[in-house]
Ligand binder design. Structure first.
Ligand code: FAD
Ligand code: UDP
Length: 366
């Protein structure tokens, strides 16, 4: 008999398992995939740590979270500076003086600001109600048309006018020549890849892979006093109130004979015609000097039952539906929900770590 059955070996499940084991609890951790780590899993190809489920850059301003992950791995000094390719022209991201200079020829913050204000005035948005209005209010119409609209509508499969404004607020807008994609105090990639972290977290637990909770539910539920569930909350309740929507992705990975394909870890394709949103060249996360290179194209797709649910679509409709499931979850005495799928939230890794540590405190005390 185990104290906890933990469904999911992603960051949430692994942190919970690690902390519970430290408190002397016996944990069984299961995952339906054939490896641990959830979406941060890396596969070694040609000596390169390939981010199997999309680019994962660790960033946070939370010192507790930063200190916590640093116990498990050393981080390098990687700073994410993606570039945008719009119809063959290259622009710096996030939106900053380099972007404004390339687009409008302006070289001072004052001129860039005036240009943005002029475009905003023409459209006359007072209170942005959706992603399109929010984007135009932040950076004006030129950037919206070239760097945001096409990418966003491919990524989410919905018109930008039907998407929540908060999604675009993830990106900084700066009147400085700073190409760092994040504003956070700490940033980097774990040396040796993310597996180093998750392997250490799970080293003293029993782990069973290729084990789908729903296919073995009766048997698994009998094995533990409590369950920590990091899969899809609506599936846990057999979709009784309806299906929460997700965006899925298809990853196309190629090993290339050349050593440098695109000169940067992340290149976004922001036009609407290119079917993928970005190309990742994995070696650059760790300043690789291998003779070959590995690239991954990311094709967004609508999620259907059975697909991997990568992005919760946190619009009003889905958030309302989630509230019903959350009410059921609150009444559970033996089940703890968590993570991106359990909480149905567009969490980054640092958010997941913070909520996992919070849950650990609730369960075991400080
Ligand atoms: P997951 O990693 O999804 O783990 C859940 C696990 O549960 C999975 O392994 C799954 O197989 C398993 N599972 C689900 N259902 C079942 C079941 N029924 N039975 C058994 N097992 C089950 N964050 C950042 O901070 N920086 C980034 O740059 C970044 N980039 C990202 C890029 C992409 C393309 C994506 C999709 C996410 C990105 N994230 C990034 C977010 C990051 O991946 C998540 O915040 C974090 O990994 C979520 O951890 P988790 O434990 O909640 O979930
Ligand atoms: N985005 C965009 N153009 C870009 C990059 C991002 O319009 O070149 C928008 C898009 O809507 C995206 C959101 O900003 O979904 C958040 O971007 P982020 O890079 O944080 O997305 P993630 O890494 O989570 O896929």
């Amino acid at each position: 008999m185990y104290d906890y059955l933990i469904v999911g070996t992603g960051l949430f499940g692994s942190i919970f398992a690690y902390e519970a084991t430290k408190k002397g609890k016996k944990c069984l951790v299961v995952d339906k995939r054939n490896h641990i780590g959830g979406n941060v899993y890396c596969e070694n190809i040609e000596g390169i740590n390939v981010h199997k489920y999309g680019a994962h850059i660790f960033h946070t301003s939370n010192k507790e979270v930063w200190d916590y992950v640093n116990k498990f791995a050393e981080f390098n000094r990687y700073t994410n500076s993606p570039i945008a390719n719009y119809k063959g022209k290259i622009y710096n991201l996030p939106f900053n003086m380099n972007t404004f200079n390339k687009l409008w020829g302006v070289s001072t913050p004052k001129d860039a600001k005036e240009k943005i204000e002029e475009q905003k005035r023409k459209i006359g948005i007072i209170e942005p109600k959706n992603l399109e209005e929010q984007a135009i209010s932040l950076v004006g119409t030129d950037i919206y048309q070239k760097l945001i609209k096409g990418y966003t509508e491919k990524q989410w499969g919905r018109p930008a006018t039907e998407l929540p404004a908060f999604i675009i607020k993830r990106l900084p807008v700066r009147l400085t020549y700073d190409n760092n994609y994040f504003n956070d105090k700490y940033q980097g990639i774990p040396i040796g890849g993310y597996n180093v972290i998750v392997e250490k977290m799970l080293e003293n637990c029993d782990v069973e892979l290729n084990m789908d909770f729903f296919e073995n539910r009766d048997e698994l539920e009998k094995k533990a006093k409590k369950i920590v569930f990091t899969g899809m909350i609506d599936e846990f309740y057999d979709y009784k109130y309806g299906i929460l929507e997700y965006r899925s992705l298809r990853f196309e990975t190629d090993i290339l004979g050349e050593d440098n394909y695109q000169g940067n870890a992340v290149v976004n394709y922001t036009d609407s015609q290119t079917p993928y949103t970005r190309i990742i060249e994995h070696k650059y996360f760790e300043f690789g000097t291998q003779e070959k290179t590995v690239i991954t194209k990311e094709y967004p797709a609508e999620w259907q039952k059975g697909d991997d649910p990568y992005y919760p679509i946190n619009n009003d409709k889905n958030n309302e539906l989630f509230k019903n499931y959350k009410e059921l979850a609150k009444k559970e005495e033996k089940v703890i929900f968590g993570g991106r799928l359990g909480d149905y939230k567009y969490y980054d890794m640092h958010n997941v770590i913070a909520v996992a540590l919070e849950k650990v405190k609730e369960e075991f005390g400080a």
